[in-house]
Ligand binder design. Structure first.
Ligand SMILES: C[S@@+](CC[C@H](N)C(=O)[O-])C[C@H]1O[C@@H](n2cnc3c(N)ncnc32)[C@H](O)[C@@H]1O
Length: 411
């Protein structure tokens, strides 16, 4: 054996092998890249061919297109993966859904994968699960924790939002991080805790954060003030201030109805995505009908609402709309039809999800499909530091695995 140092270096360069379940448009993979983790996605899995088109367009690899429910323990063993990243469908646990939890057919594939863990000859060393807030109260969550404890994992859970990472975007999500013993977390005193603060991710070992869940107005105000303005995330920034006499808005009724009616269609009848801003203006008829239920933000706002997969199809409760003319007095006291309301573009939603600039949709993906895929995806600003924390190897862990100072290996 050459000097221990050189062998350690050589072995350390082996990337962690990762499986990306429910890969969608690759939010987990981008987060892994952003985290700077030395990892290789050895396979991604998704049943949706449109999502797989986008994934392939950006990563040059088409995910395994099939039902995750049909994978076997032998299939999973064949990848020899160290980490499993999972973002299963969230409809079984959303407030809008029927909350059937594990009884919902969309939860079956996730339960099946969990049940396979004890049957694999090489279970993963690390596991990461993302889902909606509410999942932590479901019977699927109970099952997840039961299986992870039985298979020797230590667990830390988080509920975090991009607002806590300087992004003016409210999308709180549940995360489960698990490491199989003898692996351990840097802050082991946070094991089996549900945390609402990102502080442990930044290397602080402050024990008080374990109980911190400060929902006070002051805390929210402080958080929002530390965020960038929405303006920084826009691709079209041509908003104006309202003049005293007339709104700075052109005839948006005309622009929007025309634009909505005239969208070019491809041979399957899906509208093609042009580069014009016109297609994003909200028709006057929708403003008149739904104006009071819309969430409206301004370029200088420090918060916008979660974009769901139904954004652009519906205006109520699916995400914020942008007022492109800043009225003297913000809000609904100023006539909405003079504020030139528009949808955020898919690129702007991707920006708020912290997707990199080189992320693109292939031409054949329609506008609605783009919003649907983005609405299903995740915030890289939140997931990247969580993955960094998950993959970090505390010194004590290396000592536990290799008490006699053996060379460290992932295998
Ligand atoms: C919440 S989204 C995850 C999105 C992903 N994290 C991203 O960044 O885009 C869930 C994904 O799981 C896929 N999916 C749902 N059920 C599946 C199943 N049984 N087998 C394979 N993929 C499934 C959906 O097509 C969808 O893309």
């Amino acid at each position: 054996m050459a000097g221990l140092g050189s062998e350690k270096q050589e072995v350390d360069e082996q990337p962690w092998k990762v499986l990306e379940f429910y890969s969608g448009i690759g939010g987990m993979r981008y987060s892994l890249m952003k985290a700077g983790v030395n990892a290789k996605v050895v396979e991604a899995f998704d049943i949706n061919d449109k999502a797989n088109d986008v994934y392939q367009h950006n990563f040059g690899h088409r995910p395994y297109q099939g039902n995750i429910q049909s994978l076997t323990a032998a299939d999973l063993d064949s990848y020899g993966a160290h980490a499993w990243l999972l973002s299963p469908p969230c409809q079984p646990y959303t407030r809008q859904g029927l909350q059937k939890h594990s009884g919902d057919a969309r939860a079956f594939s996730f339960l099946k994968i969990l049940e396979l863990i004890p049957h694999t000859s090489q279970p993963p060393s690390m596991l990461f699960v993302e889902n909606v807030v509410g999942f932590e109260k479901s019977d699927t969550h109970t099952k997840l924790i039961e299986i992870l404890e039985k298979t020797n994992f230590v667990i830390q859970e988080f509920i975090l939002s991009p607002l806590q990472f300087g992004v003016p975007y409210s999308r709180p999500r549940y995360f489960c991080l698990a490491k199989r013993k003898p692996s351990c977390f840097q802050n082991h005193f946070l094991n089996n805790k549900l945390l609402w603060s990102p502080i442990p991710l930044f290397g602080h070992d402050d024990t008080t954060v374990a109980n911190e869940h400060d929902q006070s107005q002051e805390n929210w105000d402080r958080l929002l003030q530390s965020c960038e303005p929405v303006q920084k995330f826009l691709e079209f920034k041509n908003h104006s201030n309202q003049s005293d006499t007339e709104s700075g808005c052109l005839d948006t009724t005309h622009v929007s109805t025309e634009a909505f009616g005239d969208l070019e269609k491809n041979d399957k009848g899906n509208e093609l995505v042009g580069s014009s801003l016109d297609q994003y203006f909200v028709p006057l008829s929708l403003i008149e009908r739904w104006g009071s239920a819309m969430d409206i933000v301004y370029p200088d706002s420090k918060r916008c609402c979660c974009f769901t997969k139904s954004y652009y199809r519906y205006v109520k409760g699916t995400g914020s709309l942008l007022a492109t003319v800043q009225p003297k007095k913000k809000g609904k006291s100023s006539p909405l039809k003079e504020q030139c309301l528009r949808f955020f573009t898919p690129r702007e939603v991707a920006n708020l999800h912290s997707f990199p600039e080189d992320f693109h949709f292939p031409q054949q993906i329609s506008l609605r499909q783009r919003y649907a895929l983005l609405g299903n995806s995740l915030s890289i600003a939140v997931v990247a530091p969580l993955l960094q924390y998950l993959f970090a190897e505390p010194l004590v862990q290396q000592m536990q695995i290799f008490p006699s100072n053996d060379a460290y290996t992932h295998n």
